[in-house]
Design a binder for this molecule. Structure first.
Ligand SMILES: Cc1cc2nc3c(=O)[nH]c(=O)nc-3n(C[C@H](O)[C@H](O)[C@H](O)COP(=O)(O)O)c2cc1C
Length: 94
């Protein structure tokens, strides 16, 4: 804990009466939300963690987390244009 954002979010967690879905990245910043951030917020009382960029590039994100597989980064050059970059990243090739 420690930052002002953490305090606000802990307050929201306590005040929120139902399922609390948390995105560790918040507003889009330079770094994608990570598994470690998600786990930290699960420990802080979140019910579900949402991922944006990590899910775009890793359609099997949960499986990758479960098996500790490497993640692919999304290519921001493909955002807001065509389906390319949204629907065609492959699952991990075992
Ligand atoms: C391609 C793309 C489109 C997005 N569109 C929206 C949007 O329409 N509205 C919104 O509130 N956030 C939007 N976001 C931001 C995400 O909801 C999320 O807050 C942000 O990506 C941080 O989470 P992440 O680190 O898991 O990616 C978008 C993000 C990406 C990468």
């Amino acid at each position: 804990m420690g930052t002002a954002d953490d305090e606000v979010l802990m307050g929201l967690r306590k005040a929120w009466p139902t399922a609390f879905i948390f995105n560790p990245g918040g507003q889009i910043g330079p770094h994608e939300s990570t598994r470690e951030q998600g786990e930290r917020w699960l420990a802080n009382g979140a019910d579900l963690i949402s991922y944006g960029r990590a899910y775009l590039a890793n359609p099997d994100l949960v499986e990758r987390f479960r098996l500790d597989l490497p993640l692919v980064s999304t290519d921001r050059e493909t955002w807001f244009q065509t389906p390319h970059g949204y629907v065609d990243y492959p699952s991990y090739q075992h």
